[in-house]
Ligand binder design. Structure first.
Ligand code: ATP
Ligand code: MG
Length: 450
């Protein structure tokens, strides 16, 4: 064999992605790819020397939008992928024919970590892992068996697909399919070829610098690359809903900053740290972000002391929106995002939302408006924020809340109540002025333990 013994960076944990949710310890010896541990990269960059390495491929999802062209999307995507991989190792990232290639340029790169990172990047409909080996047919056969052989155990039907970018290759695509298929049939007694509906596909691509042998496609997050739809300011509480709202809007290509209203001493320092931890947890989807913390005690006390009880919550939410508007415009954000869901609480009825909307002039995006709590919780578990969200800390939205808030407030009575609070605007301006900015980086560790 032309493949030498040695340390190959691959830890043999690919199969867990194919089987469903990632769980530690679910991988056993004999899982797909584990035999690659014995193989080494001999010459990863030259064209003809014996080499073999694992790479990641990402397939574009929805990329089209009037006004923005494909090149802009691809450039944005590659920038994001490079950034996500920077702390994992040295990678070459490029795009051809709607596919993004991520190739490690050094040995001992943690490919499981790399895969986990890029599988959370919006804009990829699917991903797969592949090995690159030399193009000699015997090597292709042996590599395919080493890399994918254990995935062929215990199934009945498969199919080989072959593509040739290198048209000088001595075998045609149909020949490759037939010959590699025959080789794999010889290794797996119970296997049959099914060209129409195979349980497993082995894909071989002959390219200039090597043969690429693919594992199965794993679904990606879909969506659009973050930043291609502009920037918005997400209103982040410590609850379950608002991190999910951020995830949903980042998925549609919005870059996000967060704003949080704190009312010390009614809300604690720990409550603020919890919000920071939530912002940190979702950086794997949103990228690094700013978290603006508004000292909201004075405006909030002023509203409590000067407005009718039953209108308190809607008046406070309008006040929060006005402050958010100021911060948003300073940051170049073109919209506000909230985790509101229709009729979940009194301030989320259609009438109350009308009053909130009228407080300022930026569009308010409410991606959870039509979602049930159970659906929101499902997503919250998916993005790994649920356990942090349910830690019991006070939120400024729930202090001073009247026992019977008005469910159908009229805008006229709200405006009348605000006219009777002449000191509010100055307090809001002061709060906006004294807002603290916390930088939340994707490379930082989550430190909050509850
Ligand atoms: P969540 O689970 O996100 O806390 P919720 O169901 O508790 O939402 P509310 O407390 O009424 O609902 O808040 C509705 C939305 O208002 C939140 O989803 C969030 O976007 C925003 N919000 C609430 N409290 C704050 C806060 N302290 N700072 C910033 N935004 C907030
Ligand atoms: Mg809340």
């Amino acid at each position: 064999s032309s493949l030498k013994e040695g340390a190959f960076g691959y830890s043999g944990q690919l199969f867990r992605y194919a089987k469903g949710p990632i769980s530690e310890g679910a991988v056993t010896e004999g899982d797909w790819g584990s035999s690659l541990r014995k193989l080494s990269i001999i010459n990863p960059t030259s064209g003809d020397a014996t080499f073999m390495k694992e790479i990641i491929m990402g397939y574009q999802g929805e990329m089209s939008l009037k006004g923005l062209n494909r090149n802009q999307f691809e450039a944005a995507m590659m920038k994001i992928l490079r950034y996500r991989l920077k702390t994992v190792g040295k990678f070459r990232v490029y795009c051809t024919q709607s596919t993004f290639y991520m190739e490690p340029e050094e040995e001992d790169v943690d490919m499981d970590l790399a895969f986990e990172r890029v599988s959370k990047v919006f804009g990829l409909a699917a991903l797969s892992r592949a090995v690159v080996c030399e193009k000699d047919f015997d090597t292709i056969c042996q590599t395919a068996e080493d890399y994918l052989g254990s995935a062929l155990h215990g199934i009945r039907t498969f199919k080989v697909e072959a593509r040739r970018a290198d048209k000088t290759y001595p075998m045609t695509s149909p020949e490759l399919m037939r010959e590699l298929g025959a080789y794999l049939l010889g290794k797996h007694n119970y296997l049959k070829v099914d060209v129409h509906n195979p349980q497993f596909k082995v894909i071989v691509e002959i390219r200039d610098y090597g043969a690429y042998i693919h594992g199965p496609k794993i679904p990606g997050e879909g969506g659009l690359p973050v930043g291609t739809s502009g920037r918005a300011l997400n209103m982040l509480s410590g609850g379950i809903d608002s991190p999910v709202a951020a995830y949903r809007m980042a998925k549609r290509g919005l870059a996000l900053d967060h704003i949080h209203f704190a009312s010390p001493p009614y809300t604690s320092e720990r409550a603020k740290l919890k919000v920071k931890a939530l912002a940190q947890l979702i950086t794997v989807y949103t990228g690094s972000a700013n978290l603006f913390v508004v000292p909201y005690t004075k405006p909030q006390e002023y509203i409590r002391d000067n407005a009718p009880d039953v209108l308190f919550t809607v008046l406070m939410r309008r006040s929060m929106m006005r402050i958010a508007n100021v911060i948003a415009k300073k940051q170049g954000c073109e919209a506000l995002v909230t985790g509101e869901s229709l009729a979940q609480v009194a301030s989320q009825t259609v009438k109350a939302l009308q009053c909130t909307d009228a407080a300022q002039d930026l569009p308010i995006l409410r991606p959870l408006i039509g979602m049930d709590k159970t659906e929101i919780i499902e997503t919250s578990r998916h993005i790994n924020t649920f356990e942090t969200s349910i830690l019991p800390y006070e939120d400024c939205c729930t202090i001073f809340t009247p026992p019977h808030p008005k469910i159908r407030p009229e805008l006229e009575e709200i405006l009348a109540a605000e006219a009777a609070m002449p000191g509010l605007a100055a307090l809001e301006a002061e709060a906006a002025e004294q807002t603290e900015r916390i930088r939340v980086r994707i490379t930082d560790q989550v430190e909050f333990e509850g």
